[in-house]
Design a binder for this molecule. Structure first.
Ligand SMILES: NC(=O)c1ccc[n+]([C@@H]2O[C@H](COP(=O)([O-])OP(=O)(O)OC[C@H]3O[C@@H](n4cnc5c(N)ncnc54)[C@H](OP(=O)(O)O)[C@@H]3O)[C@@H](O)[C@H]2O)c1
Length: 218
């Protein structure tokens, strides 16, 4: 996640979500080059022209050298099954697109999703059961390493499920402010200190004006 110095991942009006440097963008592609699949929440996929793909040939070569498929799988999470079928991600068909949804998705929504995705799978009644979903992704699609690229609501669900092994944060020298600006983890959150997801710092480095931190689950 790229975040401002005040912890925001987009402006309150959601108009700006891309604000890191070229180095941060490259860092994102390097991370994608280590993962079998890249995942994002429905509001992230809807709100920006992203395709969750591996990017230029040098990153695809990196994947192949690391023993991964040339193109990563792409996963979208939507409990309601409401994903814009015209979103950029559906325009590029270089690798399978899997949608994880819940019993809240109507029959009509499921039909619409099945028309644009390679597989649509229901996990849980109202919220995705991520533990079961990740097990299925490993068994059916061979996903051993999954990179989640947000947004804040999806991240929160993964933190609460205790499924985040590593957290890569880029701190950018900007302040967005605003009560309603999304952060690295929104959603329900944790209600007490004892329950909070805990990490320890693995590495930190700065490149120009940005900090690149990696935390691992404690
Ligand atoms: N700076 C960065 O690095 C970065 C990275 C990613 C995103 N962003 C920005 O963050 C904003 C989006 O963040 P967001 O928090 O609003 O949205 P989000 O996490 O991308 O997507 C939220 C949606 O995902 C689904 N979802 C999440 N957790 C779920 C669960 N446990 N069970 C079922 N469904 C679940 C729901 O879809 P349904 O409503 O369809 O049920 C929910 O509305 C955008 O402005 C984006 O550009 C910034």
């Amino acid at each position: 996640m790229a975040m401002t110095a005040d912890g925001k991942i987009a402006t309150a009006n959601r108009a700006v979500a891309s604000f890191g440097s070229m180095r941060d963008r490259e860092h994102l592609l390097e991370l994608r080059a280590t993962a079998d699949a890249v995942m994002a929440g429905a509001r992230t996929v809807d709100s920006a022209p992203i395709n969750l793909g591996p990017g230029p040939a040098k990153f695809r070569r990196l994947r192949l050298r690391g023993g991964l498929a040339e193109y990563n799988l792409r996963i979208i999470v939507s409990g309601s099954g409401l994903v814009n079928p015209k979103a950029e991600i559906f325009k590029r068909r270089f690798s399978p697109i899997i949608i994880l949804t819940t019993g809240r998705a109507s029959k009509a929504n499921l039909r619409h999703l099945r028309a644009v995705a390679d597989e649509v799978k229901v996990f849980g009644r109202r919220e995705i059961n991520f533990r079961a979903a990740l097990r299925w992704l490993r068994e059916k699609w061979g996903v051993n390493r999954l990179l989640c690229e947000g947004g804040g609501e999806l991240n929160d669900a993964l933190f609460r499920a205790g499924l985040v092994d590593e957290l890569h944060l880029t701190v950018c020298p900007k302040i967005f402010g605003g009560h309603h600006a999304p952060t690295t983890a929104d959603g329900h959150g944790f209600s007490c200190l004892a329950a909070a997801a805990r990490f320890r710092l693995k590495t930190i480095r700065h490149v120009s004006n940005e900090l690149f931190a990696v935390f691992i689950s404690a």
